[in-house]
Design a binder for this molecule. Structure first.
Ligand code: TYM
Length: 336
């Protein structure tokens, strides 16, 4: 119909912690989908630097890694003119809404978060309140922007469910303040596992360097890591229960090439794991090459990075303030 306002595009938001260079788990579980979604949706993508301090960080390192992660988001192909790309700490509304949401989250439900339990075990000497309330800050990240979809890996699903519960509770009391977000979890790549222990998630913080491949690893390093990946003794490339190592490599290969598992099985019929591992490594090297080249270019351009950060913060902040104002008014804070 003429003169009708165009329907609002669905909004997408996701963040990544700057605690280390992202792994191919982060890449296939999240970053690759971010890039794809940025073509069709109204998107916000950010560096979750506030989340990072739930674990002790060295100040200079945090600053450096946050900047590098921001540059990597741009190198991943996110257009800062189109999508809003921002640093979480540059938008104070995240902390403000995070506090408010703490008061609408039950101690019991936050205690059930498996990541809290895992991280408490890993950092037994620093089980701080921030680690506990981490998911309410994540809920604030999402709800501030009335996000419709949140592209994440499988490990963040529980946090998203909590976000939905908090939003529904808040809306139940005050009316429709928040959009209820949906997780977007890719069919493949939602859980890339460690190359050394394929039953556990590939993680940036794994102390074994052979367990994970970083997005910025050099080609020869990538090849070496895949060659030493743990597999099984069957010597047959097929996707099946109990073949976690091969299943993981097939998933990675499929994410790079778009090939289905049956196609991959046919392609490597009669071939050994040695050939398959080389093919997976080559596919990953080719997949990452444009991101790495772009990163090398952007990371030296400090002025451009700073300019993008400032623009992202300004645009994100404007949107965030609208929701925060609405929320505070509903709760009963006196406005001036
Ligand atoms: P983070 O920084 O641990 O990871 C960033 C994204 O990568 C996904 N991911 C994986 N996907 C597949 N396989 C893996 N092995 C793998 N490892 C990580 C994660 O699911 C995530 O999507 N709490 C979040 C950051 C965050 C956030 C948010 C996300 C803060 N606020 C709001 C979405 C919306 C985190 O620590 O992700």
């Amino acid at each position: 119909m003429e003169n009708q306002a165009p329907e609002r595009k669905k909004r997408v938001l996701s963040l990544i912690q700057p605690t280390a260079v992202p792994t191919i788990g982060n890449y296939f579980g999240a970053l690759k989908n971010w890039k794809a979604m940025s073509e069709d949706y109204d998107c916000l993508f950010g560096v979750a630097d506030l989340h990072a301090i739930t674990v002790r960080q060295e100040p200079a390192m945090l600053r450096k890694q946050s900047t590098e992660m921001f540059a990597l988001l741009l190198a991943n192909g996110l257009d800062p003119e189109k999508s809003i790309v921002f640093m979480q700490s540059h938008v104070p509304q995240h902390s403000q809404l995070g506090w408010l949401l703490n008061c609408y989250t039950q101690f019991g439900e936050a205690s059930r978060m498996t990541q809290f339990k895992d991280k408490s075990q890993k950092h037994a000497d620093n089980i701080n309140v921030g680690l506990f309330s981490y998911p309410t800050l994540m809920a604030a990240d999402i709800l501030l922007y009335q996000s419709d979809f949140v592209p994440i890996g499988a490990d963040q699903k529980q946090h998203l469910e909590l976000t939905r519960n908090i939003a529904e509770r808040f809306n139940g009391i005050y009316g429709n303040v928040f959009t209820i977000p949906e997780p977007f979890i890719g069919k493949k790549g939602a859980k890339i596992t460690s190359l050394q222990d394929p039953t556990s998630k590939m993680s940036k913080s794994d102390p074994n360097p052979k367990a994970s491949v970083s997005v910025l690893d050099e080609p020869n390093m990538i090849m070496k890591k895949f060659k030493s990946a743990v597999t099984d003794s069957e010597a047959c490339v097929r996707y099946a229960d109990g073949k976690d190592g091969i299943n993981n490599l097939m998933t990675i290969y499929s994410c790079c090439t778009g090939k289905a598992y049956e196609e991959i099985e046919k392609e490597f019929d009669g071939k050994g794991y040695g050939d398959f591992k080389v093919a997976v490594a080559e596919a990953v090297i080719a997949e990452l090459a444009p991101v790495q080249a772009e990163y090398k270019r952007i990371i030296t351009d400090t002025a451009y990075i700073n300019e993008c950060m400032a623009k992202g913060a300004e645009r994100a902040s404007r949107l965030a303030q609208r929701t925060l104002d609405k929320c505070m008014k509903k709760i009963g804070f006196k406005q001036i």
